[in-house]
Design a protein around this ligand. Structure first.
Ligand code: RFL
Ligand code: PHB
Length: 390
């Protein structure tokens, strides 16, 4: 088998890249380790920046997103018994975010890919990358007991944090920067109306809480938990008790404790690999970087990577220029580090760090009070939350 580009991973990064390339006439195959149903069952992000929405439109996949996505012009920061609204639209020169689940983005992209009839191999086992430091990279995998080989011009590693692409690069060729946090987010999805029309990020002495949603009838709720906790420790009832205690009273009063459709604990991590290009292999999305979810940036960063990478590859095939792919790593990393900073800062300001003591707790409150009282401070929150320009 021969294809121009071999994409590893059919998460949002791989599918969006595949779609943009297909629309431009570039021939790409996607290899995915799991089944399509498994990929669709992962509940993750829900807040989209306008850059991602625009890319979905460019990919011809935004019809349902434009119809069902909820435009949010603001969100709330709750702390010390107060609630402060960040007016995203007013503070960012008219920008907003869209609430629409990652699962739905994935589904829309999968359907568009199927309609184009371009190849995706699900349940590809033992995917291995070869010779990407030379001019003829190859990818091998097993499917139904048979070994296959794909010859290609480029490999796009879109296989997430635990994927094989980044691990295929010699350790001496890659620098890795990491911060691991001592807590995780316990998330609960339920088919009940959300407690608040806009998202509420709450800093509380008992730990962080976030009231979010997927639609007017589906709520997504999170609480900070120690990493030692297991999902089994948290009945729905216990979850809602704790969630309510951490939210402002008027929001807590409106929590409808519906049975969980999904409940899971996600560890929090900041991570960046440098560079994002190794010969003819490129890393994009979670394969190259991870942010803690507090800034809602993970999925959106995957989209900006894909934007830079797709335009570079299209330029290569259409114009015979390598300027775009040569600049990929640097362009993507400049935006990644700024989103890393924002996500780390929001995480630091809103979570309970028991080991850090009262001084840090007072700093968090001073910072939140400053944001609530200063338009300049609130503007930097809004500008980063709606997403820095590509
Ligand atoms: P994904 O979504 O992890 O997709 C990677 C795909 O690659 C496949 N794969 C392989 N395929 C072939 N061969 C191999 N050896 C492979 N190894 C892995 C995987 O099966 C998978 O299908 O990465 P991608 O596409 O870069 O997308 C990134 C986003 O998924 C991610 O940034 C966000 O979901 C992060 N994230 C969140 N971001 C937000 O903005 N808001 C959130 O609320 C939020 N919640 C989350 C999250 C990430 C989580 N993870 C990674 C555990 C909650 C969780 C639990
Ligand atoms: C979500 O709805 O899953 C969500 C929203 C905002 C975040 C993180 C997660 O910052």
């Amino acid at each position: 088998m021969r294809h121009q580009v071999c994409i590893i991973g059919a998460g949002p990064s791989g599918l969006l890249l595949g779609q943009l390339l297909a629309m431009a006439g570039v021939d790409a195959v996607i290899l995915e380790a799991k089944s399509a149903d498994y990929v669709l069952s992962r509940i993750r992000a829900g807040v989209l920046e306008s850059g991602l929405v625009d890319l979905m439109r460019q990919a011809g996949c935004a019809e349902r997103l434009d119809r069902e996505g909820l435009v949010h012009d603001g969100f709330h920061l709750a702390f010390a018994g107060r609630t402060h609204r960040i007016d995203l639209r007013g503070l960012s020169g008219g920008k907003s975010v869209v609430v629409y689940g990652q699962t739905e983005i994935t589904r829309d992209l999968m359907e568009a890919r199927a309609a184009l009839g371009v190849p995706t191999v699900y349940e590809a086992q033992d995917v291995a990358l070869h010779d990407f430091d030379g001019s003829r990279p190859r990818v091998t995998f097993r499917k139904d007991g048979v070994t296959h080989e794909i010859a290609c011009d480029f490999i796009a590693g879109c296989d997430g944090f635990h994927g094989i692409s980044r691990r295929s690069v010699p350790e001496t060729a890659i620098a890795q920067f990491e911060r691991v946090y001592a807590f995780g987010w316990l998330g609960l999805l339920a088919d009940v109306p959300p407690a608040s029309e806009e998202l509420v990020y709450a800093r509380h002495e008992r730990g962080f809480a976030l009231a979010s949603m997927r639609s007017h009838t589906r709520s997504r709720s999170y609480i900070q938990v120690p990493l030692s906790d297991q999902v089994e420790d948290w009945s729905d009832e216990r979850f809602y008790d704790e969630f309510r205690r951490r939210l402002p009273e008027e929001v807590a009063a409106r929590v409808v404790p519906g049975p969980s459709v999904e409940k899971s604990i996600a560890p929090l991590r900041s991570f960046v690999a440098e560079p994002l290009r190794f010969g003819r292999l490129f890393l994009a999305g979670d394969a190259g970087h991870i942010v803690p979810p507090t800034g809602a940036k993970g999925l959106n960063l995957a989209a900006s990577d894909v934007h830079y990478l797709a335009s570079g590859l299209i330029e290569h095939y259409r114009d015979g220029s390598d300027a775009g792919i040569d600049a990929y790593s640097e362009r993507a990393l400049r935006r990644i580090w700024k989103a890393e900073r924002f996500s780390w800062w929001m995480t630091s300001m809103l979570h309970l760090f028991p080991e850090s003591g009262d001084f840090v707790a007072r700093m968090q409150l001073a910072e939140l009070d400053y944001i609530a009282g200063s338009e300049a401070a609130a503007t930097t929150v809004a500008e980063n939350y709606v997403g820095l320009p590509f």
